[in-house]
Write a protein that binds this ligand. Structure first.
Ligand code: ADP
Ligand code: MG
Length: 353
């Protein structure tokens, strides 16, 4: 009876005190809660009343306002380019997301936030502070490629090189990891957003048609590709005629879209090549044996693995859940933190206030 009660009590306690891992992405923020997996996945968007400074909406609701707001309301992505463009907005966003999962987990404990590897010292501190203000008891940050590598199941703590390429919305991060640390990394501000922009400008040029951000992204997801398809696709896009100003549509093919996104894709491939070239030979050899691991939403672009494989001559794999990799990785790290002194040391080093 007593042990039954104790069991109930500890069950009760663990229900109310779980560790949190957060992927603070340029496009999407995901929250992982220990024992439960990814419980929140929303766009990294915040809508503010410019006149009063009041936060009107965050996440999914705010994304619906993008491009549709009257003058005094601004909906923006504070991390769009992989740097924190606005601290206050980032803080509000983090607070909102942590708050949203916290009503179910009353006593929050430790939080690990994955941040783009290009952020400055000041930005890093701002994230730690924001996480503290959101009501967590202990805060750490981890560089996203590191978290992605954990989440993708790479043997990051072994003395052997692993290469991870995380193609997000605003940034592509390429990193070689060994012994629990980033040996060499490169972050470029060319990723999913640039592919969308390349599609918009192509459609403008070729069809005199102006399409919105969401239409361009949808086109990329529906028919976009980095490598010729066995069965080429087509899609009808709705937009506004540049000459008459009236609504009109045009049908585009996957071949056209592949041509349109060639430039930003080449920049992503170059980042991978340059990182391989700059990696110490032993580790590059490991990466060649093991292959390159792709993560992030961009890994879902048709044929991106084949393109990178062809250009680098290194085998390429796509992570099981590319969009969830970083969140799962932060969740793994925050759980391992309590038992694994190597991980604790690594986090403490990167999270000094
Ligand atoms: P971040 O970590 O920067 O928040 P994500 O890893 O969440 O970014 O990826 C978001 C990007 O992935 C967006 O540019 C989105 O358009 C793109 N994306 C999502 N799904 C697909 C898909 N099926 N094909 C191509 N791109 C995709
Ligand atoms: Mg990401």
């Amino acid at each position: 009876m007593a042990s039954h009660k104790a069991g109930m009590f500890s069950g009760f306690m663990s229900r109310f005190s779980r560790d949190i891992g957060i992927d603070l992405g340029t496009a999407n923020t995901l929250v992982h809660v220990g024992g439960m997996g990814v419980v929140l996945n929303e766009p990294s968007v915040i809508a503010i009343n410019k006149d009063t400074g009041e936060v009107l909406a965050v996440g999914e609701e705010a994304k619906r306002m993008l491009g549709r707001t009257p003058g005094h309301i601004v909906a923006s992505r504070p991390l769009r380019d992989g740097v924190i463009a606005d601290y206050e907005q980032t803080e509000e966003m983090l607070k909102y997301f942590i708050g949203k999962v916290s009503h179910r987990f009353l006593l929050r404990r430790t939080v690990v936030v994955g941040i783009p590897s290009g952020v400055t010292e000041v930005e890093r501190r701002a994230v730690l502070e924001a996480a503290a203000k959101a009501g967590t008891t202990k805060q750490y940050v981890i560089e996203e490629p590191m978290a992605a590598a954990f989440g993708a199941g790479l043997p990051v703590d072994e003395p052997s090189g692993s290469m991870i390429v995380d193609i997000g919305g605003g940034t592509t991060e390429v990193a070689v990891i060994s012994l629990g640390g980033i040996v060499h990394s490169r972050s470029i501000r060319i990723a999913g957003d640039e592919l969308d922009e390349a599609i918009s400008s192509y459609v403008k040029r070729a069809y005199n048609l102006f399409i919105g951000e969401k239409t361009a992204e949808n086109c990329k997801i529906q028919i976009g590709s980095a490598y010729p398809l066995a069965q080429e696709l087509e899609l009808t896009l709705k937009g506004r005629d540049l000459v008459s100003g009236l609504p009109r549509s045009a049908t585009v093919t996957s071949e056209e879209i592949r041509m349109a996104i060639q430039e930003p894709l080449a920049a992503i491939v170059d980042a991978v090549k340059l990182t391989l070239e700059a990696t110490p030979p032993e580790l590059a050899a490991d990466a060649m044996d093991r292959g390159i691991m792709l993560a992030g939403g961009g890994a879902l672009l048709r044929g991106i693995d084949r393109l990178i494989q062809k250009e680098t001559m290194v085998p390429v794999h796509i992570a099981d859940e590319p969009l969830n990799c970083v969140a799962i990785g932060t969740g793994m790290v925050v759980e391992a933190l309590h038992e694994n002194p190597v991980i604790r040391k690594m986090l403490e080093k990167s999270s000094r206030p």
